[in-house]
Design a protein around this ligand. Structure first.
Ligand SMILES: [Zn+2]
Length: 355
C-alpha cells in the first residue's frame, strides 16, 4: 500500500512527469540492468534474462517484451490569471466536468519541487444555487468555466504561478471495504503492477528480455508509448492500464465492460487496437494453470498504449492487460484488492514462462 500511495499522490500530468520518474527510480533499485530516459521523458528500464539465482542467462535471440505503464495522469495547465487572482486552466486529458465541482486542487509551479506546491479550490464560475435561475442550474460547465481560488491577492498569485504550470486534483488514497480508492489509479496502478511483477520475476527467473517502460503523455494520445516502442522494437508489447468497470447501478449489464472481483482483464479490443489472438489465449492458459482469476473484455471507446506499440516500426504483437476500475477519471477511482493481486500474479507468471 505504501508504494501505491506514493504513486497515486505524486502529481504528474502529461509532459510534467518529473516527480514520477524520480519516484520510480527510487523504488526499482536493483531490479534493472539499465534505465534509459528517452527524449520525451519515458523511462525505459531493461532487465536481461536472468535465472533464479539472479545470474545473467545466456539466451540467444531472447524475446523482447515491452511492458508499458503510462505514468501521467489527467490534470490541467494554468492558462490565465485574472486581475483578482483567479486562475483558469485548460484540461490535459479527458475530464467529466460534472466531477469537478468544489474540489481541492494542487498547483505545482515547479514540476521537480514539491515544496513550491500551492493548494487551491476549484469551482465553476457563476452564481451559487441560492441565487441561480432554473436555467443556470441546468447548465453543465466546460473546464474553461472553472476557476481556481488560491486565497491570495492577485499580486501574490502572479508572483507564484505562471502560464503552463501543472495543476492536479487533490484527494487521498483510502481503503474502502476490500477496495482501494484514489484519484489517478489510472494509471498509477499499472506502475505499481509493473514494479511488483518485476519483483516476482526476479525471484523466479525469466528467459525473455524485459523492457519495462513507464511512458509519458498517454492521456493526450498515447504519445510516449509510440516513441519508446520505436526505441525498444519489442517482439511483444503489453499495455498495462485500467479499464472501465461499470457493474454499478444505472448501467445495463452488456455495457459493464468488466466485473469487479472477477480478476485481471484481457482486453480483446478498444478503439486504438485489436489485440493479438494467440497472446490472449496464452495469458488465459497461464491463468488457468496458476488458478488466477481473469476475464475477457472489450472497451467500446478509448485507447491505451498498446494501440501505439502495435503500430510502431514494422508492428508488434500486443495485448492490453487491464485492471477493472470503477468510477474512472474521478477522484474516487476504485479497485478491488483481489483484482490488483490477480493482475500482478498473472503478469509475473506470464513473464516467467515466455521463451
Ligand atoms: Zn490510463
Amino acid at each position: 500500500m505504501k508504494l501505491l500511495e506514493a504513486l497515486a499522490t505524486t502529481p504528474g500530468i502529461p509532459g510534467r512527469e518529473h516527480r514520477m520518474r524520480e519516484l520510480i527510480r527510487k523504488h526499482t533499485k536493483g531490479l534493472f540492468d539499465e534505465i534509459i530516459e528517452d527524449a520525451m521523458g519515458s523511462l525505459i528500464c531493461v532487465r536481461h534474462p536472468r535465472g533464479k539465482d539472479g545470474k545473467k542467462k545466456d539466451v540467444r535471440d531472447a524475446t523482447k517484451v515491452m511492458l508499458a505503464s503510462h505514468m501521467d495522469q489527467i490534470g490541467f495547465m494554468v492558462k490565465h490569471i485574472d486581475d483578482k487572482g483567479f486562475v483558469r486552466v485548460v484540461p490535459v486529458g479527458g475530464f467529466d466536468t460534472r466531477n469537478l465541482f468544489a474540489r481541492l486542487v494542487t498547483i505545482c509551479p515547479d514540476p521537480r519541487e514539491p515544496k513550491k506546491d500551492i493548494t487551491g479550490v476549484m469551482n465553476p464560475s457563476g452564481k451559487p444555487i441560492h441565487i441561480a435561475t432554473e436555467e443556470e442550474k441546468k447548465k453543465i460547465p466546460d473546464v474553461g468555466d472553472f476557476t481556481i481560488d488560491l486565497g491570495m491577492s492577485a499580486d501574490k498569485v502572479k508572483k507564484k504561478v505562471k502560464i503552463g504550470d501543472m495543476a492536479v486534483l487533490k484527494a487521498p488514497v483510502t481503503e474502502v471495504g476490500d477496495t482501494v480508492v484514489s484519484q489517478c489509479l489510472d494509471n498509477r496502478i499499472a506502475c505499481w503492477l509493473a514494479i511488483r511483477a518485476m519483483e516476482m520475476v526476479k525471484e523466479t527467473g525469466h528467459d525473455c528480455e524485459i523492457h519495462c517502460v513507464f511512458t509519458v503523455q498517454e492521456e493526450v494520445g498515447l504519445r510516449g508509448a509510440l516513441t519508446s516502442a520505436y526505441a525498444v522494437k519489442p517482439d511483444i508489447g503489453i499495455g498495462i492500464d485500467t479499464t472501465l468497470c461499470v457493474d454499478t447501478p444505472g448501467v445495463p449489464d452488456d455495457l459493464r465492460t468488466t466485473k469487479q472481483g472477477d480478476g485481471a482483464a484481457l482486453t480483446c479490443m478498444d478503439s486504438s487496437v485489436i489485440n493479438d489472438y494467440d497472446l490472449i489465449e496464452e495469458f488465459e492458459a497461464v491463468a488457468k494453470k496458476h488458478k488466477i482469476k481473469y476475464q475477457r473484455s472489450i472497451l467500446a471507446r478509448g485507447g491505451t498504449d498498446s494501440g501505439a506499440i502495435q503500430r510502431a516500426a514494422a508492428g508488434t504483437r500486443t495485448l492490453t492487460f487491464s485492471c477493472p476500475t470503477r468510477y474512472i477519471h474521478t477522484v474516487t477511482e476504485m479497485i478491488h484488492k483481489d483484482d490488483m493481486h490477480a493482475c500482478r500474479d498473472l503478469l509475473a507468471a506470464w513473464l516467467a514462462q515466455v521463451k
